[in-house]
Design a protein around this ligand. Structure first.
Ligand SMILES: N[C@@H](CCC[C@H](N)C(=O)O)C(=O)O
Length: 304
């Protein structure tokens, strides 16, 4: 029997399970996430508290390990609704922190081991803070294939500035960054209409410039250090919230002078608001702060 918990964080919803053995997790995710024939979710999350000695992230790559000696935590994996595995999920990770700490399986402050590295977490009441690795702007990390469509675009891109990428039937101007997961951001004076959003977003997701595809955050400055987003997630489609996407939009807003690094950036999407703190230094981590909640629980037996 596999027990699941349905959770959400700013409307990004997930089926959460403890990592089972000998199960095709991609196939299971595609089944349970289906909104008509399954439970329905943007993704499936798995976790394993206090993973065994064989490290998910090589210890040689873990910064300031000494400072974290003795910290507990868990291994975390995220599968999108289409079954593809992603490297990180800011909203999903907050859900697992809430669940695993409430169950007493992990400490209130600890480390999550993710495919994009170690992420320290802390929970205080309903607010969960994640310390995500520094943003990565280089082509290999995004990943972004500048050669795919010729030399012409090389000179326009210095790693984080506005650039046109080829999409089916045209080109689309965006900025790109990896904040644990790969994201593109397009800043506009208004959020897009349904027609514009649904016409361009899937074409950007599948642009040949992004060999591993990309999510697309449509962003607008809505106040002092405040952004509003409409979100298209790789492997999912439209979602109500995206934690690493909110970080990408805030980081690029700071880089492009649309927000200040001195104060937190409030990022609001259809499902709610998160806070992002980043000091503007490329070597500095990104803090993502927000809530997460349980909706209901059950068992997955009928999907196995
Ligand atoms: N919803 C997530 C990020 C997942 C992004 C996307 N589905 C992908 O494949 O990259 C978040 O909250 O960070």
């Amino acid at each position: 029997m596999i027990a699941f918990t349905k959770m959400q964080a700013i409307g990004n919803d997930f089926v959460v399970i403890e990592e089972p053995e000998n199960i095709d997790l991609s196939a299971l995710a595609a089944k349970v996430c289906d909104r008509r024939f399954g439970i329905g979710a943007d993704g499936m999350l798995t976790y394993k508290a206090n993973p065994p000695a064989s490290p998910f992230v090589p210890l040689s790559e873990a910064p300031s390990l000494a400072a974290r000696e003795g910290w507990g935590g868990f291994r975390f994996r995220i599968f999108n609704a289409d079954g593809s595995e992603d490297t990180m999920c800011g909203n999903g990770l907050r859900c697992v922190v809430r669940l695993a700490t409430e169950r007493g399986q992990v400490p209130l402050t600890g480390i999550a081991q993710t495919a994009s590295g170690e992420v320290p977490y802390a929970i205080d009441g309903t607010q969960i803070t994640l310390t995500l690795p520094p943003p990565r702007f280089d082509c290999d990390s995004i990943p972004l294939d500048l050669i795919a469509w010729g030399e012409r675009f090389r000179t326009l891109f210095d790693g984080r500035n506005l650039m046109p990428v080829p999409v089916a039937g045209g080109s689309f101007a965006l900025s790109a960054v990896n904040t644990g997961s790969t994201h593109s951001v397009t800043f506009r004076s208004n959020l897009p209409s349904d027609e514009e959003f649904l016409s361009w977003s899937p074409r950007v997701e599948n642009s040949p410039a992004f060999p591993e595809k990309t999510s697309l955050m449509w962003a607008t400055v809505s106040g002092s250090n405040a952004l509003k987003l409409r979100i298209w997630e790789r492997g999912v489609g439209e979602t109500l919230g995206c934690g690493t996407g909110a970080c990408a939009a805030a980081v690029l807003a700071i880089v492009e002078g649309k927000a200040s690094p001195v104060f937190p950036v409030e990022v609001t999407s259809k499902g709610g608001t998160v806070q992002v703190r980043w000091d503007g230094d490329e070597r500095s981590p990104i803090l993502l702060i927000g809530s997460a909640n349980t909706i209901y629980s059950g068992t997955l037996d009928s999907f196995l």
